[in-house]
Design a protein around this ligand. Structure first.
Ligand code: ADP
Ligand code: MG
Length: 452
């Protein structure tokens, strides 16, 4: 079982991380529902507990239902070997693996200074629109001419899933494709692991030298260093050494340098010295362009209506938008069926529910009746006069667009009307919007108000 758990972990975290942190784990006894694992130092024990504790527990449970808890304990090499009898008594098939010398494992890590670049994240696959055009232009510029005055450091910031990592990888790929430039890209988190591993193996000098030998250093998600004072300090020195030597630095974070409180002042100041580029939240237009590009690349025909629907519903970030589209495409490929609005709502039911902007049908009814000055009760009344029926249809249309309620559910909220009535209302409103610009503007205005 332990062999299996270890192998799974190795596959999940990759060889380097595995060797650096996990290889030295020694299997201890299984008692009742608790399995004990030994690590040679407290440092490693705490680290493994913090980083991999939950996952270890899950993996063990998958292998052996009886295991409810994984206990991590410190046991030095000598101790482990001194107590094999007790261990063996508890678990018959125990293996005692001699921990590998620490220095050796970190040396391996050193060869792998930079994380690999994702080949999918290129400038070509990045869709440019108003919210990201400035950041995109800066990234391109740095990729063309690293270390140009005014662009060093390049600081990219913006919310989650808006393309920061994508742009950094694109810079890296562009620069390394020429072959002559050495680029190191890593997350701030990785930077910290590496730094700590170097301290532990007393190889900080090599670590520093290696970092300072690159032409371009890119550190992703710098906000991770908040509160990690020693690592910040180290990064600050590396940063200065590189900039002084005319090398390019690219950094990303979720906030602007001035808003990254918790970073040392002098570091913040230096980060803001070059080019600071903000990636703004996506607009509807950008979301549509991104969806179109990704749908095209997938080779699956996705109707424009579906793309619009997704762009309306999933506004948080590109990653989620992409995730939703990928699921649709996978589904279409798997079942050989074409994508329709109905199948979309079905396949993405859970995602859409989570993204419901929690606009309620009641809210829609209220806003629409206020807008056309009719009584709220007329939303569910039987009156069919145009002055009442038209707003009611608009409200149904908006309910369909802005919530993930089904047609029958919507019908029920409008005085128990049938789902075909709702369907008719939706298509009627669409028709009118195409023919009557003023009406279309009214509806769009209402939609925007409701979306907040
Ligand atoms: P961040 O690092 O800002 O959290 P990522 O760069 O990881 O975001 O982007 C999340 C996902 O969205 C990635 O798969 C990325 O390729 C995609 N993505 C983000 N912005 C764009 C864009 N403008 N064009 C194409 N794909 C994008
Ligand atoms: Mg990122």
């Amino acid at each position: 079982q332990w062999v299996k758990v270890r192998e799974r972990l190795r596959v999940e975290v990759g060889d380097v991380e595995y060797r650096t942190w996990l290889q030295q784990i020694v299997l201890g006894p299984l008692e009742e529902d608790e399995i004990t694992l030994f690590l040679p130092t407290r440092f490693l024990r705490d680290w493994v507990r913090g980083q991999y504790g939950d996952r270890l527990q899950e993996l063990w449970r998958n292998e052996n239902r009886a295991v409810h808890h994984v206990e991590l304990q410190v046991q030095r090499v000598g101790d482990a070997l001194a107590a094999p009898v007790a261990v063996e008594a508890a678990v018959p098939a125990v293996e005692i693996e001699a921990p590998v010398a620490q220095v050796a494992s970190v040396q391996d890590a050193r060869h792998d200074l930079a994380a690999p670049l994702d080949p999918r994240f290129t400038f070509d696959s990045f869709v440019v629109g108003k919210p990201n055009e400035f950041a995109y232009a800066c990234a391109r510029r740095v990729a063309e001419k690293p270390s140009s005055p005014g662009f060093n450091p390049l600081f990219l910031y913006g919310g989650v899933g808006l393309g920061k990592t994508h742009l950094m990888h694109a810079i890296g790929s562009e620069l390394t494709s020429g072959g002559r430039v050495s680029v190191a890209y890593m997350s701030a988190e990785k930077f910290m692991y590496r730094f700590i591993a170097a301290i532990r193996s007393q190889s900080t000098m090599e670590f520093k030298e290696q970092l300072r030998s690159v032409d371009v250093l890119m550190i992703d998600d710098l906000q991770f260093l908040i509160g990690k004072d020693n690592t910040q300090e180290e990064f600050f020195h590396t940063f200065n050494a590189l900039v002084d030597a005319g090398r390019q630095i690219v950094v990303s974070a979720d906030k602007s340098p001035s808003d990254l409180s918790g970073l040392e002042d002098r570091l913040r100041t230096r980060l803001g010295c070059g080019m600071v580029a903000d990636i703004h939240a996506t607009t509807f237009e950008l979301r549509i362009s991104i969806l179109e590009a990704k749908a095209l690349a997938s080779g699956v025909a996705v109707p424009a209506k579906v793309l619009e629907f997704l762009a309306h519903k999933i506004t948080s970030n590109v990653r989620e938008l992409e995730g939703a589209l990928n699921r649709l495409i996978a589904h279409a490929n798997l079942f050989g069926r074409s994508v329709t609005l109905e199948s979309t709502q079905d396949v993405l039911h859970d995602i859409l529910k989570a993204h419901d902007r929690r606009v309620t049908i009641e809210e829609i009814q209220r806003k629409v009746s206020e807008h056309w000055n009719i009584r709220l009760t007329d939303m569910s009344s039987a009156r069919r006069a145009r002055a009442v029926a038209r707003p009611r249809q608009v409200a149904m249309y908006l309910a369909k667009q802005l919530t993930s309620r089904s047609l029958p559910e919507i019908g029920r909220k409008f005085g128990n009307r049938d789902h075909t009535t709702v369907m008719h209302a939706v298509s009627r409103v669409q028709e009118l919007m195409e023919r009557d610009v003023a009406f279309a503007e009214d509806v769009e205005l209402l939609r925007r108000m409701l979306e907040g």
